[in-house]
Design a protein around this ligand. Structure first.
Ligand SMILES: NC(=O)CC[C@H](N)C(=O)O
Length: 353
């Protein structure tokens, strides 16, 4: 008997070691990132998922709150080959089940071959394989989490001051804190608003940019955020990252689809179609833009040609599927935030003419 089990949608039930007790379920995904476990675990994009680390030892440089991307751990559980004691303490303090001493190479290979799959986890004293199977039976498809935005969005508007001229209305669909920081560090005042914010509230704010954040789940379940893009397109510059790119594409008549297992790691190569430059990027997504609608694809993934950047110069639209803010990962694309704020200057110049 073991003190932890994971039941997989392919019928297997694997034994593991309990590092933090609990029973739960979620879509099993993996990240190949070899650093940044605090950032990944606090990224709201992982809501309703179970995060497996392909890198074997997690926790080897400690846990520091100043690296957190939000106020809490978002995956419903975590899996690794080995979690350190400090990680076990962190998981237990947040009531997030964690298991290790499992063959994560095999688990990651299964996800790559069969796709991100549902799983159920049971960890702690007296748990049984049936407990894990019972959790699996209750696991929903990611697209069925229709209210997932409300689980992660800000309960109240907040303002993060950069001290400069530009006002950015950031629609919080599960925003990483480093996206906000990347804008305030460039002088912007960032107004973080609920993903359910009404267009009238934004019109009253009269922002210079509308920014749609990253976030969890199916972009089709963010209708209000999409309607905000439709309302302000052509009126003020619009930017988006990851889920934000997907929502913006849908607002411009495009479409999105679920990937087999997504891109999650810190070494995804992306080519700029104009300059032919390749940058290494941080990625964490399971859906992709299958049809860019009225937008132009400006960047593509070197591995699978998926759309990584969209734009419309005339209306001032710029989005990225990957995470230019890094945290974790390479800083090759931090210039994206300069490009976003440069749209303010361009738009002001156009308006002034
Ligand atoms: N990091 C994100 O914004 C993820 C976007 C979306 N939830 C996806 O899985 O594709």
């Amino acid at each position: 008997m073991s003190d932890a089990y994971i039941a997989l949608a392919d019928g297997r039930v694997l034994e593991a070691r309990c590092r933090a007790p609990g029973t739960t379920r979620g879509e099993l995904v993996f990240t190949t990132a070899y650093t940044g476990y605090e950032e990944s675990l606090t990224d709201p994009s992982y809501e309703e998922q179970v995060l497996t680390f392909s890198y074997p030892l997690i926790g080897n440089y400690g846990v520091r709150a100043d690296r957190f991307e939000s106020s809490r751990i978002h995956p419903r559980a975590a899996v690794a080959r080995e979690f350190t004691e400090e990680m076990a303490t962190w998981f237990e303090s947040e009531g997030v089940p964690a298991i290790d001493h499992i063959e994560t190479r095999d688990l990651v290979t299964s996800i790559r071959e069969d796709g991100a799959m549902k799983c159920g986890i049971a960890a702690g004293e007296d748990v049984t394989p049936e407990d894990a199977k019972a959790e699996l039976d209750q696991c929903k498809e990611m697209s069925d989490h229709t209210e997932i935005g409300q689980q992660v969005t800000t309960p109240e508007p907040t303002v993060h001051r950069g001290g400069g001229e530009a006002d950015v209305a950031l629609i919080d669909c599960g925003a990483k804190g480093s996206i906000i920081d990347s804008l305030t560090e460039r002088g912007a005042d960032v107004h973080v608003l609920s993903c359910q914010t009404a267009a009238e509230e934004i019109r009253e704010l009269d922002p210079d940019v509308l920014f749609i954040s990253n976030g969890p789940g199916d972009p089709a379940n963010f209708q209000n955020a999409q309607s905000l893009v439709e309302a302000f397109a052509g009126e003020i510059p619009i930017a988006g990252i990851c889920l934000g790119q997907q929502i913006v594409a849908r607002a411009f008549g495009g479409d999105t689809e679920k990937m087999a297992f997504g891109h999650r790691g810190v070494n995804q190569p992306v080519r700029d179609l104009e300059t032919d430059q390749v940058v290494m990027t941080t990625q964490n997504h399971g859906y992709t833009v299958s049809d860019p609608g009225d937008l132009v694809v400006t960047q593509r993934n070197v591995n699978d040609d998926t759309a990584e950047g969209l734009a419309d110069d005339e209306r001032g639209i710029i989005t990225r599927q990957y995470h230019p803010e890094a945290n974790p990962g390479p800083h090759d694309s931090l210039g994206f935030f300069d490009d976003v704020l440069a749209m303010v200057d361009t738009q002001s110049a156009v308006t002034a003419d």
